[in-house]
Design a protein around this ligand. Structure first.
Ligand code: URA
Length: 205
């Protein structure tokens, strides 16, 4: 049978290759990414693929994308869509946590991955998309969109369906951005509403 098992095996092989690149390949040579690879989580048969930026401290610790504060918000959004984390596919455009300084003392500090870092990881993203074949990709934030070759501000990109290699891409705000806006006046209600509008489009797609 060539069902879920072979897709899973393909993803496992891919994750292994990505880990090797971090140990001694192109990713390692960049010297700007930390060593722990965080690949993806969820179902190989998912119709919806979420793509974020890069793992943070908590993701690195647990070897799973989106498990820190932003991840908990993403999980709530997924549940509000009537789904479980295990039913969608959750990944990042960069499979390694970007270093700040030499990466030893950065604590919980994160930065967005650079174009070079995203480019080094792009072959893995391209291949996981090819294996999973989602109906739709949700790019979380402008950085992830840029990594997929989609340039612009979230505010304008979200208003029409984008595309990556024939697959529809909806660009929306990153959950970290929603959390940052919560700290400000008004609590980011507007952005939350916009993200919810976007998720309805995803559900209807
Ligand atoms: N933010 C991201 O973009 N990705 C993660 O995996 C966690 C937080």
């Amino acid at each position: 049978e060539t069902g879920a098992e072979s897709k899973r095996a393909g993803l496992d092989r891919l994750a292994e290759r990505a880990a090797q690149e971090g140990a001694n390949g192109r990713v390692h040579e960049l010297g700007t990414l930390r060593e722990v690879m965080v690949f993806a989580t969820g179902s190989e048969d998912a119709e919806i693929m979420f793509i974020g930026e890069a793992p943070g401290a908590e993701e690195e610790k647990q070897s799973e994308p989106f498990v820190g504060p932003a991840g908990q918000l993403l999980t709530k959004i997924i549940q509000a869509m009537g789904l479980r984390r295990g039913e969608v596919y959750i990944s990042n455009i960069c499979k390694y946590r970007p270093k700040i300084d030499d990466g030893r003392m950065q604590g919980s500090k994160n930065r967005a991955p650079t174009a070079a870092e995203m480019e080094a990881c792009l072959p893995f993203v391209v291949e996981e998309i090819a294996i999973v074949q989602p109906k739709i990709i949700v790019a979380l934030g402008a950085t992830a969109a840029t990594g997929l070759g989609i340039e612009g501000k979230v505010g304008s990109l979200r208003s029409s369906m984008q595309e990556f290699r024939g697959i529809p891409v909806l660009v929306t705000y990153h959950p970290s951005y929603l959390l940052r806006r919560e700290q400000e006046d008004g609590g980011g209600m507007r952005e939350k509403r916009l993200v919810w509008e976007d998720m309805m489009k995803v559900m209807e797609h």
